[in-house]
Design a protein around this ligand. Structure first.
Ligand SMILES: [Zn+2]
Ligand SMILES: [Zn+2]
Length: 1021
């Protein structure tokens, strides 16, 4: 092997992935074996062909034919009229079973030699069959008499252009009417050459001008490779490679976008960035350029119109960046906030191997920064960051968020929540949370150094019941947590390390005097010097201290309809408790007689006024991660709660928060933004002039991932998954135990062996349903040929502290390979924020329900090193079969395969669930504070309603307006709301009502989680 000596790790990875894939395919076909103990038809899943008579007899539909096909084929469009002459090469083998007294009684199945026959074909317009006798003779010659096959040419002339399908068909007789021990053919392959053909053209989708629409040939039940012009060969799996992008395509050198440079002297660098974008946009999107492309690429008028629309959006984006730069020049506090943010990010990134932004991250910051200067105007838009190619989303968020936090402090918002960031899953990723904590710690150190006034920057963690406690009580009442509950306080550790010094020896402690659940760092070198870290993980502590940034799950917004102290997330609290460390107070309740949330507070009634203008408590930003997941019923419910949040903040503070979201897909974001937030959608960055390249990203030669589509034949998907994982584990163990021979075979330098064992020693098996994941975990344990495969599960059901322990083991694997995690069986929980560089191989059990999930999930492997993804198609399903046929396009142009996101805010079933929360929140957050009295019981609210003249009709109109259901077409919805409120008022007016609290009035109580709606049920207008 020449050049192995100076091989880089990346080259070694690529060579190893290559070798792994060859070995897995060999395991699927049976390559290289000579004898078998068990029947080959129950073992191999690639390359086999069933016998036509058996398939035809057993089945009547396409579906079963796909499950165990009797033919493979190449579909072509001939360039000329018939007759068509071509050369077809057929390759195949057979497996034959010896009688009991054969030479190897334990392994009676033996594999024949290779049949390789060149068949000359001259087909008329009717098609025809060829090579039957030649192939029958060839099988007899290798020791499998009786097997037969033929080349069959079908002509389909009902298409716009005639198509020919060149098939290899297994024509052997049925087993039961012959002496055959197995009627399958194995290791089949078909080459076609010598037939001049024209490419297929993919149907025109809206943005077709971006794509190369030509496909030279299609496979039937197989992939097709074009070996040379006009020379086609079938492949058992379809392999598609993707390449790592570069983040600069300007003709000038990339400006210095390092954190330190942007902290000290940002304007010249930012100007250079905007200038380069200007140049690029004019070079690629001017009418002149589009004219030339239209002529050269044969665009239709419609394609040109789409290109013109895109160009318009591209120039609007350029204008936004310019406006952002002008603001930095003209507004000193915005410039200072931006500089301090860069300093903070620089501190939090220390020792992590990156010191600089990618250009698109800075581009986004520039494009979005105007909301600081013109909050009202900019709140009209949802800015969506679109990450087609991974990498850097969270950091981009953090940049924006810290800029806003510093800006708040510099302009008199000295406390309270700057941003509420919500993630769509049940369980928030700890890694993601940690990155927020790290960034805020960096910001806090910078804040102190620079003498910026105000409360320390802090982080709140606000998640559903599965995570951390809502509150801690002195004595248990039911299932509430006390300081002495089992697992307290260690069970609620959220941080993986100290955000100030990275030390991992954190201690959890419950401080009874301060009534706080604390993370503490025990390192002597920590700049935080052993105090409680500025991190709040109990809901009530979040309300008491209103941390700068709150991260949480989407569901938690439901509490706004039930929990009056949620007010701190949309507006001002009431007052401040005079007892140090008690924090903000809210409405008085029997258990909190002075409104302080600390049990048995002795602070009395002499509360302190708020030390800041109450109107500034409203958050500046709401962040929504993975917007595309807000769909169906969850999206419908959330749309109502988003409107409620807007309404409350506007009533309490007179402001609206800016909404920033991220999405893995572009399809339909405008509609989604409108439905969810009643705002206009805007996306950054605009896609480039051609697929896969734009000003912000250009592909390189560096491998990113190899996707391998597998259509299992004749055996179950579970069998294929087990055998694939088995082969992967066998390979990596072989590398560890016998490095010399593997390195020689795969072309790898020995010095990389340990690293490769680490990088490819843990496989992910991914299922979209919990059932699939659990089945995969179980069967692998019992079904593998490799000893000692350690399997762990990572799903929404996995306990919080188990997740932390598994992540920890994945990031810092055990010294001894045998003790490591070898397989992670995961559900979609993995696809959000689990970033482990050691995960580089994945087996996917069937295509996920949405393309967005496919993109998101596969992005978990190959983050830093070349990844390998087996996509096992559930080939009986029409959607999987269709994707298998166009797998290359599916991977390369994934974003255009994403279906529009189904979402509506006009579901009446959902309205039935959400009205209670809107009424509840309006009572708790608006009426109660305004009334200066307690409205928590029906009797008190009844009196208030009478005194204030509250009526069902007026409240119904208000609710309809909050939910944006006040248009002419919403009369049915308004009727529904009015009926609901009449029932609610009747209950309120009834002195014998069974309700003890106002939340129990009316037809139903407010939702406790946005997920209370059945997620899978279809939702209609
Ligand atoms: Zn520390
Ligand atoms: Zn108190």
């Amino acid at each position: 092997m020449s050049g192995v000596g100076d091989q880089s790790l990346e080259q070694a990875c690529e060579a190893f992935v290559d070798w792994l894939d060859r070995r897995v395919v060999a395991a699927g076909r049976g390559d290289g074996l000579s004898r078998l103990e068990v029947a080959p038809s129950g073992t191999f899943w690639l390359g086999r062909l069933a016998c036509e008579d058996e398939v035809r007899k057993d089945v009547s539909d396409d579906r079963s034919e796909r499950l165990d096909p009797c033919a493979i084929a190449i579909r072509l469009r001939p360039a000329a009229a018939p007759p068509w002459s071509m050369t077809v090469t057929v390759r195949a083998r057979a497996w034959v079973k010896d009688p009991k007294d054969g030479p190897d009684p334990d392994r009676r199945w033996w594999r024949t030699g290779l049949v390789e026959e060149v068949v000359s074909v001259l087909a008329s317009g009717e098609g025809g069959t060829f090579g039957g006798k030649q192939l029958r003779d060839a099988f007899a010659a290798v020791g499998a008499p009786g097997l037969s096959a033929e080349v069959r040419v079908d002509v389909e002339d009902w298409h716009r252009q005639t198509e020919v399908v060149v098939q290899l068909v297994n024509t052997s007789p049925e087993k039961k009417v012959s002496d055959l021990t197995d009627s399958h053919l194995y290791e089949t392959q078909l080459d076609v050459s010598g037939l001049p053909a024209v490419p297929f053209e993919l149907e025109a989708l809206p943005d077709s001008f971006r794509y190369d629409r030509k496909v030279p040939a299609y496979g039937v039940n197989v992939g097709v490779e074009e070996l040379a012009a006009g020379v086609f060969r079938t492949s058992d799996s379809v392999s598609v490679r993707t390449y790592r992008p570069d983040y600069w395509s300007g003709s000038a050198p990339q400006p210095d976008l390092s954190f330190m440079r942007l902290a000290s002297d940002p304007l010249p660098q930012l100007q250079a960035l905007v200038d380069a974008l200007h140049e690029y946009d004019h070079a690629h999107w001017s009418s002149k350029t589009l004219d030339a492309r239209q002529a050269a690429e044969g665009w239709t008028l419609d394609m040109r119109a789409r290109a013109d629309e895109s160009a318009e959006q591209v120039f609007a984006e350029l204008a936004r960046l310019r406006a952002g730069l002008a603001l930095l020049r003209g507004r000193s506090e915005i410039l200072r906030a931006f500089q301090l943010m860069n300093k903070a990010i620089s501190r939090s990134a220390e020792g992590r191997g990156y010191t600089s932004w990618r250009p698109f991250q800075v581009g986004f910051l520039l494009s979005a920064i105007r909301f600081l200067a013109e909050p009202e105007e900019e709140a009209r838009y949802v800015d969506t960051v679109w990450f087609a190619t991974g990498g850097g989303k969270t950091e981009t968020y953090l940049g924006l968020l810290l800029t806003a936090a510093f800006f708040d402090r510099l302009t008199g918002k000295t406390m309270g929540v700057t941003a509420w960031s919500r993630f769509p899953l049940r369980l928030l990723s700890l890694q993601q949370t940690q990155r927020f904590a790290d960034a805020l710690a960096g910001a806090e150190l910078v804040r102190r150094d620079e003498g910026v006034k105000g409360a320390p920057f802090s982080l709140g963690f606000l998640v559903g019941r599965a995570g951390t406690p809502n509150r801690i009580v002195p004595k248990t009442e039911g299932d509430e947590i006390t300081p002495d509950s089992p697992g307290m306080p260690d069970k609620y550790r959220v941080l993986l390390h100290c955000p100030f010094c990275r030390d991992e020896n954190l201690q959890m402690r419950f401080d009874r005097q301060r009534w706080k659940l604390e993370h503490r760092c025990t390192s002597g070198n920590c700049p935080w010097k052993g105090q409680a870290l500025p991190m709040y993980v109990v809901d009530q502590e979040v309300f008491r201290f209103l941390p700068t940034v709150v991260v949480g799950t989407l569901d938690k917004a439901a509490s706004i309809g039930l929990q009056q102290a949620m007010r701190g997330l949309v507006g001002p609290p009431q007052k401040l408790c005079p007892v140090e460390w008690h924090g903000f107070t809210y409405a008085e309740r029997s258990k909190n007689p002075n409104g302080c949330l600390v049990p048995d507070c002795q602070g009395g009634k002499a509360l302190k006024p708020l030390p800041m203008d109450p109107k500034r408590f409203g958050p500046s930003l709401r962040l929504q991660d993975e917007l595309h997941l807000l769909r169906d019923s969850l999206g419908a419910v959330d749309s109502h709660y988003e409107s409620l949040l807007d309404h409350l903040q506007f009533e309490l503070c007179g402001t609206r928060a800016k909404i920033v979201a991220s999405s893995a897909t572009l399809t339909g974001y405008e509609h989604q933004a409108k439905v969810l937030y009643q705002r206009e959608g805007r996306v950054f960055p605009q896609p480039g002039p051609r697929a896969g390249e734009s000003f912000w990203t250009v592909p390189t030669e560096k491998p990113l991932r190899r996707f391998v589509a597998v259509a299992p034949r004749g055996v179950t998907l579970e069998h294929v998954s087990d055998r694939t994982l088995d082969a992967l584990q066998r390979c990596v163990r072989q590398l560890k135990d016998d490095p010399a021979s593997v390195c020689a075979e795969a072309g790898i330098d020995r010095k990389h062996v340990d690293m490769l064992v680490s990088l490819y020693g843990t496989d992910v098996v991914y299922g979209s349903t919990l059932y699939d994941v659990e089945a995969a975990g179980r069967s692998l344990g019992s079904n593998n040929t490799v000893e000692g495969i350690n399997v762990e599960q990572l799903t929404g059901q996995t306990e919080f502290d188990d997740v932390r322990a598994i992540l920890d083991r994945l990031e810092k694997p055990e010294e001894d390979f045998a003790e490591r995690i070898h397989v992670v069986a995961a559900s979609s929980m993995l696809s959000h924020g689990v970033d482990v560089d050691r995960l580089n191989t994945m087996v996917m059990l069937g295509l996920p329900l949405t393309t967005a999930e496919f993109i998101q999930t596969t992005a978990r492997v190959g983050r830093r090193h070349p990844g390998l993804v087996y996509v096992l198609h559930k080939i009986g399903r029409e959607r999987d079969a269709q994707t298998f046929r166009q797998f290359t396009q599916y991977v390369r142009q994934g974003d255009r395969f994403v279906d529009a996101i189904p979402i509506t805010r006009r579901s009446r079933r959902v309205l039935d669930l959400t009205v209670a929360g809107v009424v509840g929140a309006r009572t708790l957050m608006i009426r109660e504070p305004a009334s200066k009295q307690r409205l928590s019981t029906p009797a008190k609210l009844r009196q208030y309603a009478r005194d204030s003249g509250m009526t069902p009709a007026a409240e119904a109109a208000a609710v309809a307006s909050v939910l944006g259901l006040d248009g002419a077409e919403d009369s049915l919805h308004r009727e529904q709301i009015a009926e609901w409120l009449q029932a609610w008022f009747a209950d309120l007016e009834d002195p014998a009502t069974r309700a003890t609290f106002v939340s129990e009035l009316g037809p139903r109580s407010p939702m406790t989680s946005l997920r209370d709606v059945e997620a899978s049920a279809p939702i209609h207008d």
